[in-house]
Design a binder for this molecule. Sequence first.
Ligand SMILES: [Zn+2]
Length: 593
Amino acid sequence: MSALETRISLAEASRRASKILTRGASRELETGAAPTFNDLTEVLHFALGDGRIWLNDQRMVLMQSSVLGRLRGEIIDALGFEAAKALFMRVGYMQGVRDAELVQKRWPNEDLTHALAAGPRVHTLEGFVKVTTNHFEFDSEEGTYFGEFFWDDSCEAAEHLASHGVSTEPVCWLQSGYPSGYTTKLLGRSVIFRETECMGMGAKRCTIVGQHADAWGKDAPEREYFGMEWRRRRSYRVRNTPVEVQEEVAKPAGEQGTVVGVSAAFMRTRRLLEKVAATDATVLFMGESGVGKELFSTQLHALSRRADKPFVAINCAAIPETLIESELFGVEKGAFTGASASRSGYFERASRGTLFLDEISSLTYVAQGKVLRALQEHTIERVGGSRTIKVDVRVVAACNVDLAAEVASGRFRQDLYFRLCVFPILIPPLRERRDDIPLLMAHFLEFYSQRHARKLKGFTRRAADALLKYEYPGNIRELQNLIERGVVYADDGGHIDIVHLFVGSEPIPPFTVSLAADGRLAREPMNQHVSKTSDGSEHQDTAQTCAPFEETERAAYLSALERSAGSVAGAARLLKISRPKLEYRLRRLRIRA
Ligand SMILES: [Zn+2]
């Protein structure tokens, strides 16, 4: 504090800044540190009659806050809540970057601490919000940044409240983009700000916390919003769904249709499928239950030369053992009591087309032999008949058990196994093709919205987060069921939220953002610490039950200290923060002297 007892002039600051400071904190600054509001207003010019307003060399506009609110509402209506949020955050980020450039340009010799401290003032000057710096600190060498600010009278929250009422999640999108862009630009490292409390949720004022992008963990969609992500994540918006999905959705009858995916695992499978489709080879699909083996086989059929011929699918496990042979191969008149007329089986019905035998491992040993004969000799005999019938059928089989093990145990014929295993295609479980989840979400959302005649705006971010995080033991079928449930339960015209998707019996509960023991925002099961979710989660009263950030932070430090037997260095390691930072925070929270 002593070095900056009084406000230093810009010239003085310029002289001092020749030594580049790699670390700093807001506490080192006097309240009136440069650039002050006065310094900033010096660069604000109203070029009267010229149709321009300048902030240094940047052209600005004056616009009614209510009009900005209207624009916001229009965009929400046009794009949906989630897409609108991403858009506004990105725009706010750009605004922050521009203002950081302005500060760098106008006060090039200012040290980083002063430049960072100027951000809230520029933002306040621009009339979006009244920013109060609670605290920030950074260490360029360590690559750390932490900042906490308060926002009073957010214009965005006011506009949101006016047109949408109290929200269940923070609404100052444009505004939280701003400090993210500003700080990232100045530090040269990605910093993301999030609101931990928001006026739009009923809080007295908004609280924002910023830290290095990595410190937020993997699930920081802001990275994509702000273009920090080099590998673009697929959007889970309903709009802009890829052409493939739209084509599929356009088919009115299609429960089944094209397979959908972009992940590497999916593409590998798809390529194998395309290679083998044009041939007449027997194909064996392997994979867990619910991965979409039938869908892949319809796709195989659609890509084959047999596409305009029948596709017949049967689940061998669903047919009683005593009936399986007559179902597959048909019955000759008089074969047994009740067979009053000859009847063709699935093989004949699939003539010149494709026969899909799901769960082939549950075929009886005798039926396996007959299938083998059909594959090798292209002939079958009806049950009770002696006539040999020629069949031209491509057989596609699937199983969700280890067929080799079935052979070893004597339950499955080895010769049939070898015959089927010429082109085995393993369909990966959904958890190994997570990149496909957003596409599938959009796909099933469209599909079930049409089927149930619902108009939905999409998923809330939390719902999308949960769907993206979930393990899917039931694979795509489970995802499909979750989304159908969401479509049915969500209010027409609204968003699908977590509560609409999960019934609570799922093996792994959905996740939400909450404060973890190390003081960072992390994913925790929803059924724990619900009252501590900092994004104001599920229930309307969450804003009241939400623990203040400081309290949760204090609990995190105490817990870490306890685990490290009181050692600050040990606790800092546990928390993955620097020891000086922890010491500072402990002093600040009066945990340690
Ligand atoms: Zn807010």
